[in-house]
Design a protein around this ligand. Sequence first.
Ligand code: OOG
Ligand code: MG
Length: 253
Amino acid sequence: MNFSQLAEKVDQAAFNAQAIQQLSVAHQFNVDESYEIQALSIERRYARGEHLIGLKMGFTSEAKMQQMGVHDMIWGRLTDDMFYENGGEVSFDKFIHPRAEPEICFLIKDKIDRELSIAEAKNHTEAVAAAIEMIDSRYENFKFSLEDVIADNCSSAGVIIGPWHKHNMPINSLKMVLEIDGVPVQIGSSSAILGDPWAALAAATRLAAKYKQEIPAGSFILAGAATPAVYLKKGQAVKAIVEHLGVVEFGTV
Ligand code: OOG
Ligand code: MG
């Protein structure tokens, strides 16, 4: 199978919410090639009328790397089809086995097309917010290699963003809590994200430049989860509370 056929496989798995075997069981490809497969799978979404709304970083915390057994930073693309309003409902129809994780999101002010330092990245940022990412691996049992998960657009499935705050507000060492039905299920700190969530934004600029993905003005960039992700069920109230950044929440139906 060539890369566009592999891209079609992961894309169809996402589109039909039907899990598939890990690609790496039957096919060999390296990390750069897995980003090619990801780009081709996103092209299929664009062809269906979706558009890019931002990027997400993954495995930027020890907690996430431990949980998934993958030990390298990854990045994926977010499209408008994955966006849900804060306070709204998220229907399970589009998902296979969704999980939620508490995140920090950046709103980009000016287009970025090169690697930026943390200081430069701050200057390109308009605002920061608490967010919840929904991830939904297209692979059976949510199991994958580094190459598999990159090819699968890093399990990207949903993003819900809380109220925006000025970009110059301190975001280090903020307490981050994920609650389900009012019960805290994960508690972490924003400094678990590469020691400083801004470092995740700088890393996003480096990886996006390496793989020739421009970051448009107005994009959202997710810094990566501070805690392990939690499986969701229908009928739950899911909420992240981030110190100083406030609350982001949705219900599953
Ligand atoms: C891959 C996505 C990782 C994060 O925040 O670390 C990620 C996965 O865990 O399925 O989004
Ligand atoms: Mg994430």
